[in-house]
Write a protein that binds this ligand. Structure first.
Ligand code: ADP
Length: 355
């Protein structure tokens, strides 16, 4: 019998993807302006200039592609841009636009300079994507009427608008779509200092009594992701209210994290399993991504978009042309002794097999 996937039993806490439970919290904590949006300073500064220039000209912003793992603030940025531009934001999702007619319906509803936000834009159906090109370039929709020799194209003008596309990885976009974006912003995982500020801001909005050392402890376990930081804060609040004195201090965070099986660097059982598979079953790697996906019973995309970015950024995992390797840091974290082996981990010098 196939082993049920752990992710089907309970949603992961330390995952950036939004869950239905996050919905209202996301909305209530969402920054409303560039000033409230913590970190990503370089991108924010550039966007401020683009907004000012576009407003001065009375034109829409250039089409913008936002890339980065889930939960880093892509939707939030699109909302802030719309507010700063004084236009309306229309939100949709790539796979939801099923056919050209649905796209035409969305495009004809846009007001002048409005922003159309398409999440998961790499998952657009190819026919829909193709019919988006004339809209992006010339603000028009091409509609074909009639059949065969009687076919003719009608061009319907639409309002000038800005497409803000969001994707987990820019490499997933087709070249023609990618080339139609004027700006590409790659959002980075947030440093702990920014995440601590996000936790403090959220705690204030939720009216929580939180000590600075507690924000730091939450930030350490948030995997560089604001959505995870907010979710952890909410869980810690539950434990502190029910089991503690209501005050959130470092001890309350450590206690809650232990109960949730999240370790000191923000790993849950899934991260440890991933590293253990590489270390124990494949001798530290390299392991091909497909093999890893099969061993973990997870889709390749989930591994690449959700688990890996943090493990790579923090140096627990290395990527080589022959596959993923566990680094010495990963061995140390799991308390497993590193053996000498052929073409070892990313930080090892290749050597002759000794066993
Ligand atoms: P994405 O679209 O990249 O999945 P969202 O924009 O939905 O991410 O962000 C998830 C949540 O994280 C938001 O509701 C917001 O509360 C919080 N958040 C994201 N980025 C920031 C930031 N830079 N500053 C403060 N909070 C943020």
């Amino acid at each position: 019998m196939a082993k049920p996937k752990e992710t089907e039993q309970a949603p992961r806490i330390v995952e950036g993807t939004s869950t239905p439970e996050d919905g209202s919290l996301d909305r209530s904590l969402r920054p409303q302006s560039f000033d409230e949006y913590v970190g990503q300073t370089k991108h924010k500064d550039n966007l401020r200039v683009f907004v000012q220039a576009a407003r001065a000209r009375g034109e829409p912003l250039d089409h913008l592609l936002l890339s980065g793992p889930p939960g880093l603030g892509k939707t939030t940025l699109a909302q802030i841009l719309a507010r700063e531009m004084g236009v309306e934001l229309h939100v949709t999702n790539g796979p939801v636009i099923e056919h050209k007619g649905a796209l035409a319906g969305l495009l004809t509803k846009l007001g002048p300079n409005d922003i159309l936000f398409i999440d998961e834009i790499h998952r657009l159906n190819p026919a829909v994507e193709e019919s988006l090109y004339p809209a992006l370039e010339d603000f028009r929709i091409d509609v074909i009427t009639g059949d065969g020799a009687f076919a003719s194209a009608i061009q319907i003008p639409i309002q000038p608008f800005t497409l803000v596309g969001a994707t987990t990885r820019t490499g997933l976009l087709t070249a023609p779509l990618f080339s139609r974006f004027g700006h590409i912003l790659r959002l980075d995982l947030y440093p702990e200092s920014d995440l601590a500020l996000i936790v403090e801001r959220s705690a204030k909005l939720l009216g929580l009594d939180i000590r600075p050392d507690a924000s730091k402890e939450i930030a350490k376990r948030a995997r560089g992701t604001p959505r995870i930081a907010n979710r952890l804060l909410r869980r810690v609040r539950d434990f502190a209210e029910v089991l503690g004195k209501g005050v959130i201090d470092a001890h309350a965070v450590e206690d809650a994290a232990k109960r949730l099986d999240i370790d000191s660097v923000g790993f849950d059982e899934m991260d440890r399993r991933l590293l253990r598979v590489i270390i124990v079953d494949y001798d530290g790697g390299p392991v091909g991504i497909e093999t890893l996906a099969a061993a973990l019973g997870e889709p390749r995309d989930t591994i690449e978009d959700v688990y890996e970015p943090f493990l790579l950024q923090q140096g627990f995992l290395g990527r080589t042309p022959r596959g993923r390797v566990a680094t010495r840091k990963a061995f140390d974290h799991l308390g497993i002794q590193m053996k000498e082996r052929v073409m070892g981990g990313a930080d090892e010098v290749p050597q002759r097999k000794l066993f």
